[in-house]
Ligand binder design. Sequence first.
Ligand code: DUC
Ligand code: ZN
Ligand code: ZN
Length: 457
Amino acid sequence: MKKTLIKNGTLVSPEKLYQADILISSQKIEKIAANIPSAGTEIIDAKGKYIFPGFIDAHTHMGIPIRGTTSADDFETGSIAALHGGVTTIIDFTVQDKGESLMSSLKRRKAQADKKTSVDYALHCNITDFQESHIAEIPKVMQEGVISFKAFTAYREAGMQLNDRQILELLWQVKLAGGTVMFHAENGDMVDFLTTKYVKYNKTTPPYHALSRPAEAEIEAVTRILTLNKFIQCPIYFVHLTTYESVQIASMARQKKLPVYLETCPQYLIFDESIYSTADGHYYIAAPAFRRKEDKEFLWYALQDNLIDTIGTDHCPFNKAQKDAGQREFHKTPNGLSGVETLFSILYNEGVKKERLSLQKLVSLISEEPARLFGLFPKKGILLEKSDADLVIFNPVGKGKITAKELHSNADWTPYEGMETEGQIESVMLRGNWLLKNGNQIDTNFKKGRFVPAFVD
Ligand code: DUC
Ligand code: ZN
Ligand code: ZN
């Protein structure tokens, strides 16, 4: 196969922006240098454009069951949305049935993704029903290339909530095996108690969603997990943090050199609780709920100031009809939002263009750090010789608007409708294959994304 040579672009890494040519052969980056000879290559002129390593969304939920329905994107449609947003690797989650072994849940999830996904994927192992028999499976799952295990401190009703004893055991076992435990940190009993009370008194409109899942639920769960982990010191990763206090508390543990890693999501940087009082407030029901304006502003600061390591999208969209079926009652509405395709665009426009984030920080948050934390580095997450040739060519010139009509998710709406944008993702390459070239999807039936096994270094 002909080699590809991308000339004259500006490469973006967490350390610097620099000009170099990139030579690609056999799915890998063969060389990065100035003035690489072009004879016999397909030449792409990237003058005036930025070249990023392919983005990694370490938090997606393709086709998962929530509140009696299924999230609107499966691996097929969700990965097409991802590729248009420059996301060349997603890290999704296994879905464990009651009583199911971890290995079985992993096998089933891979079968849902293989031959369907158009971007590469890795998996985190959800542990929602933690039994004695699962302990011996943890090292086996890790041998299969899944090194992160997710626990929930909420969703008792759905049978997903682990108690403190189980959390301690999981931290202990995963520490022994060399992995990471991820936490959805909300005090589920607090949420269930408040929900029951609000429902009893017919307070079920969308603003009560935020009141039933208050910041205190997240703060308590983060504090408790950090306290439990003091004895064990397992690497832990908090997904979708939303509040000033929880980020501050977790940062204090980091200052003590404890292995604690933090994620937030684009939606918590853009929306606040006032969205629930709008006419379409029920569409925005997601867990955790949106917070105060001050939290949102603090999260931007925390990103640039190295308090937060990654941004994942928690991509879990529902169509308007699925949201409407909850009759605008918060406790009946499936929680989740789309985000994988708009990840970069939101962060570039609301972050970089508004001088809240540097380009280097942006690439760290959505390429290099997710790859490092989840065992994909340096195969993924960096422009480096011998790394997979996953890259994004971004033209910063030109204006546009986000509209659901032009996005590729199955969802029939986007939380970011009408948001004005600058620049365009023009081309996206996955392991040397053009998925998108000059704005056009090359092969609409690509579906050659692969499972990427993760390794502990
Ligand atoms: N929160 C959501 O809103 N949806 C999916 C899962 C989650 O934790
Ligand atoms: Zn969650
Ligand atoms: Zn999630």
